[in-house]
Design a protein around this ligand. Structure first.
Ligand code: IMP
Ligand code: MG
Length: 188
């Protein structure tokens, strides 16, 4: 594998990731089934993926949701510069579908400082969504700056590690890996 030497250790393998996503899908179905009922009908839940990092997580998550109707949309928020440091945020791709009176679940790969989700939560709350939930695959708490209430968390990461794989990149590399691992300092 071309990136083998860049990963110092595998933290969650393919099987662990897929198993956890199946569990999260069950939790989401259970919680949203009663919420989505309106006048005897069941409305779709809108899953909003943050590009680029959440593309694999969202793809696997929706394929495990079978008991409630879902729609999919994407936003893209970028920080200036690339690599490990996050700078000032810009909203470079907006949702395509209106959020007014809809139940929205934001799907993100990893929450670190919390700035990205905080920024997005502010925007969506001004647009009159019926509810806004947060579903993150990894909660990395060591460098949290803004409090964000997470509704669904796949895995906790208490140490300040730089993770790559399964959507997570370093300078646009490693997104295609099936595993999530720690990037070896020699690769930076
Ligand atoms: P936050 O705004 O600091 O919470 O950071 C969120 C974004 O930073 C995530 O969506 C990722 O794109 C990126 N990020 C944070 N930590 C990592 C990491 O360990 N590996 C790869 N990307 C990360
Ligand atoms: Mg991201």
């Amino acid at each position: 594998m071309v990136y083998e030497r860049d990963i110092s250790n595998i933290i969650w393998d393919d099987e662990a990731i897929q198993q956890r996503i199946r569990e999260m899908a069950r939790e989401i179905e259970r919680d949203y089934k009663p919420k989505l009922e309106r006048n005897g009908k069941i409305e779709p839940l809108i899953l909003v993926g943050l590009l680029k990092g959440a593309f694999l997580f969202l793809a696997d998550l929706v394929r495990n949701i079978e008991e409630i109707p879902v729609e999919v949309d994407f936003v893209r928020i970028a920080s200036y510069g690339e690599g490990t440091t996050s700078g000032e945020l810009r909203f470079i791709q907006d949702l395509v579908d209106p959020v007014l009176n809809r139940h929205i679940l934001i799907v993100e790969d990893i929450v670190d400082t919390g700035n990205t989700l905080h920024y997005l939560a502010d925007i969506l709350s001004n647009r009159g969504a019926a509810s806004t939930g947060f579903c993150v695959l990894i909660d990395k708490s060591a460098r949290r700056e803004k409090p964000v209430g997470m509704d669904y968390v796949g895995f906790e990461c208490e140490e300040d590690k730089f993770l790559v794989g399964y959507g997570l990149d370093y300078a646009e590399k490693y997104r295609n890996l099936k595993i999530i691992g720690e990037l070896d300092p020699s690769a930076i």
